[in-house]
Ligand binder design. Structure first.
Ligand SMILES: Cc1ncc(C[n+]2csc(CCOP(=O)(O)OP(=O)(O)O)c2C)c(N)n1
Length: 446
């Protein structure tokens, strides 16, 4: 067993590169065995096994800072940084946290649980390294889902301008908890190497040839421009326009490719974005086939993939989802909004029944709130369903865009109170305190 010999990144570096795939298999098995007993975030972690191994193999944590966005995918990182034996206590009272936590390990560079913070924190650390005159790397690992959060763009914007040594790893599995949504997500997942690019090229050549007299000249010019055209149409163009060097897309499960690239970029300067494609649930068929069901799980049987049967009593969330459908049948003005959590908020039945009146805004609680205000300003009755802890993000939007203008938006907050195993980043304990004093807001709790 290789895994038993690894109690820190220093131990990991003693392995030969060709031993790493065997280690990845062991980690995956360990993850499955543990999470099937404790519950936790399964699919995202099965997807980041190789990425975590390669990062710790090629960089030097804790001097180099690895910042995991949301942090629900950092189990392999925890296992490789001295917490393997304690790992079965994760998400339990007095056990390990399910997310990186600064007080838990020097390798947890930044505490996390809410999404889209990693690039900002990483940029702060890159700026700190530059002020302190050290050569430490700051590496933000962010999923394509978390990249839909506005704060990630605020950070990219400043990073391109500051030009510090920040590495952003985009962990792209085309999934948020459900399928990732939005124009940006379709853009970054566009694969230009295959037929699509060839067809587009043919079509353009045909078009140009048909322009009388000058057509062939332009065609000649277009051929020369082909490389830049390809660059323009691939995801890299967007990040390069923001001042990043772009590398990828890489196969996030090919350890030799990851190790080669991470070794090469170790000495590079300036903001760099490495685009890594991974598969959510990698290596466990039920999770690969239905990744949204295996994002967060309770205990389950590995052989069948089945968990404990659902409690007979309905949850508040079930009742909310059913009531939304009933009300929307009576009132065509009712529309529903989620911030990337159609399953968690039970709005999925509403989405199927009224697809045009359902909006998934991505992990963008602030935008979701003001988007609702816009709908309300023009006569609709939006219901925005967001977990209590994530509404915190949109405090100013609730005040400035909804309350001050007295717009009829209903905010349905789920997971109020103590949520237990997800821990302090996810408790919904502050909502009454931070909402009670807002003008024109009626606050109700069942
Ligand atoms: C502000 C905020 N809103 C919602 C969530 C709930 N949430 C946790 S993980 C996740 C999806 C993240 O998708 P991605 O970053 O692509 O990671 P993946 O799980 O696909 O690896 C969501 C919506 C959150 N953690 N923070």
């Amino acid at each position: 067993m290789l895994l038993e010999t690894i109690n820190s990144p220093v131990d990991l570096k003693k392995l030969k590169p060709e031993q790493l795939p065997a280690l990845a298999d062991e980690v995956r098995r360990f993850l499955l065995e543990t999470v099937s007993t404790t519950g936790g975030h399964l699919g995202s972690n099965l997807g980041t096994v190789e990425l975590s191994i390669a990062l710790h193999y090629c960089f030097n944590s804790p001097a180099d800072k690895i910042i995991w966005d949301v942090g629900h995918q950092a189990y392999t990182h925890k296992i490789l940084t001295g917490r393997r034996e304690a790992f079965p206590t994760q998400r339990q009272y007095k056990g390990l946290s399910g997310f990186p936590k600064r007080c838990e390990s020097e390798h947890d560079a930044f505490g996390v649980g809410h999404s889209s913070t990693s690039i900002s924190a990483g940029l702060g650390m890159a700026a700190a390294a530059s002020l302190a005159g050290t050569k430490n790397h700051a590496i933000a690992v962010i999923g394509d889902g978390s990249l839909t959060g506005g704060m990630a763009f605020e950070a990219l914007n400043q990073a391109g301008h500051l030009k510090k040594n920040l590495i952003v790893i985009l962990n792209d599995n085309e999934m948020s908890i459900s399928k990732n949504v939005g124009a940006f997500s379709s853009f970054i997942s566009r694969k230009m190497t295959g037929r699509y690019f060839r067809d587009l090229k043919k079509e353009m050549q045909g078009l140009l040839r048909n322009i009388p007299a000058i057509g062939t000249d332009i065609l000649h010019f277009a051929k020369r421009a082909e490389n830049s055209l390809k660059g323009f149409l691939t995801p890299g163009a967007l990040f390069e326009a923001l001042g990043f060097d772009y590398l990828g897309p890489l196969d996030g499960h090919d350890l030799s490719q990851l190790v080669e690239v991470f070794t090469n970029i170790n000495g590079l300067d300036g903001p760099l974005l490495v685009h890594v494609m991974t598969t959510k649930g990698k290596g466990y068929k039920p999770a690969e086939d239905t990744p949204h069901k295996y994002h967060g799980v309770g205990a389950f049987d590995i052989a069948t993939g089945k968990g404990a049967p659902k409690a007979a009593a309905k949850s508040y969330t079930d009742v909310f989802g059913e009531t939304m459908v009933q009300l929307a049948e009576q009132d065509p003005k009712i529309v529903a909004i989620t911030a990337a959590m159609p399953d968690g908020t039970c709005l999925n039945t509403f989405a199927e029944r009224f697809p045009k009146r359902f909006f998934d805004v991505g992990i963008a609680e602030q935008h979701g709130m003001t988007f609702a205000a816009g709908l309300a300003a023009d006569g609709f009755r939006p219901v925005t369903a967001i977990y209590s802890t994530f509404v915190q993000r949109a405090y100013d939007q609730v005040f400035h865009d909804i309350c001050l203008q007295k717009l009829p938006v209903t905010i349905a907050m789920d997971r109020a109170g103590l949520v237990g195993d997800d821990g302090p980043t996810h408790h919904g304990v502050f909502d009454l305190s931070y909402l009670r004093h807002l003008p024109a807001l009626t606050l109700m709790a069942p």
